[in-house]
Design a protein around this ligand. Structure first.
Ligand SMILES: [Zn+2]
Length: 377
């Protein structure tokens, strides 16, 4: 998040009340955290000839603005990019749904449950604000995102940790965009600097960075000179109170435009269901198995409440066949289906397995994976 200059004075005063009351706790937390922080990180200017840096230049970033650490490239104002060119969809033609705040890469609708690990390096106050941030996002009705705090880093899709000294004073948090339908896996917080701001701003910075992790762009991307995105109907690039504005706001996190965007991009959670239909023919021992693949619709990533799909959704999936007998080999087919709004369960495909053990055959293995499911805007 870029420099925080445009928050409203009144909101800051409200924030200050929280700030003062949290001050003591924060100091204690930082003392505790200090015993855990053994790491100091550094950044340096990225080389022009790296393929990812070239790609970032082609997307509008200016030379001399991309930095790197051991693990990531850092681009203005608050973004991480993977150093692995394979994480980028170079065939992206811009046909994916995009909006004022999205980069075309979103978290797939079958991955709406997102586990978040809060590293000790951010201290207890920012852990509390992280939980508050997740609760705000989980509280958006008709939005399927469902963030869950986990206490084992190995179970996390996203880790929130200290920047370990990388950031200057004008960046409070940093995150990246999804790839392959999965959320970006890291949020860093400038723990030395963010402490200067009210509790609501600290929480809102974390919401903003989690927003990047699931695919939201800056609302004011165009004014910032960031690369292209397409507007979501009902949102505005001039919505300066937006949680995804590139400078932080205090107070209530979401504008009506934010709510419209979250609901449009993440309308429902999907889950694959496989129903086995098994037939065994007694006279020959021939085994014939059909697995029917369905997609079930839920209100959110807790997958507890069944719901009707409220927007059209495109599901891209991969059908993988392992054939052992007549034509031995592995075959992969890519398919897509449009799920029209209005049902809670959709037939997707059929997996078929057939073999004759009495003839010494090994059963064919088939599988269907959802690779990407996204809302049609
Ligand atoms: Zn940002």
């Amino acid at each position: 998040m870029k420099k925080l200059l445009n928050y409203k004075l009144m909101l800051v005063l409200i924030g200050l009340t929280f700030f003062v009351s949290c001050q003591h706790e924060t100091e204690e937390a930082l003392e505790d955290a200090a015993t855990n922080i053994e790491r100091v990180d550094v950044k340096w200017l990225a080389p022009d000839d790296h393929p990812v840096v070239q790609l970032l230049y082609s997307r509008g970033y200016k030379k001399g603005t991309i930095y790197e650490t051991e693990e990531y490239f850092l681009a203005p104002p608050d973004l991480f990019y993977s150093k692995d060119i394979k994480d980028y969809d170079l065939t992206d033609t811009g046909a994916d749904p995009k909006q004022a705040y999205n980069t075309g890469a979103l978290v797939s609708l079958d991955r709406m449950r997102i586990n978040v690990f809060l590293d000790a390096s951010i201290g207890t106050d920012l852990q509390t604000q992280s939980v508050n941030a997740m609760n705000e996002l989980n509280g958006i009705n008709n939005c399927a995102l469902f963030f869950v705090r986990v206490f084992n880093a190995n179970q996390a899709q996203i880790t929130i940790r200290s920047d370990f000294g990388v950031e200057g004073t004008n960046v409070l948090g940093r995150a990246g965009f999804p790839s392959n339908g999965r959320p970006f896996n890291l949020v860093t917080l400038n723990v030395d600097r963010i402490d200067d701001f009210g509790a609501d701003i600290r929480r809102n910075v974390i919401i903003h960075e989690l927003g990047h992790c699931v695919g939201l762009r800056h609302t004011n991307w165009q004014a910032n000179g960031e690369s292209g995105a397409v507007n979501i109907p009902g949102t505005s690039a001039f919505d300066s109170g937006s949680i995804m504005w590139s400078t932080a706001n205090g107070g209530t996190p979401f504008t009506n435009g934010d709510l419209t965007a979250f609901r449009a991009l993440f309308p429902r959670a999907l889950r694959r269901d496989v129903v086995n239909v098994i037939d065994e023919y007694d006279y020959s021992g021939e085994i014939y198995v059909v697995d029917e693949v369905f997609v079930d619709v839920f209100t959110d990533g807790s997958y507890t409440t069944s719901a009707t799909l409220n927007r059209n959704v495109q599901v891209n999936y991969k059908k993988r066949v392992q054939e052992y007998n007549h034509t031995s080999g592995t075959y992969t087919y890519y398919r897509n289906r449009l799920l029209s709004a209005g049902s809670s369960r959709y037939y997707l495909d059929e997996e078929e397995e057939q073999c004759s053990p009495y003839q010494g055959e090994t059963c064919t293995y088939e599988d269907v994976d959802i690779t990407y499911a996204f809302s049609i805007l």
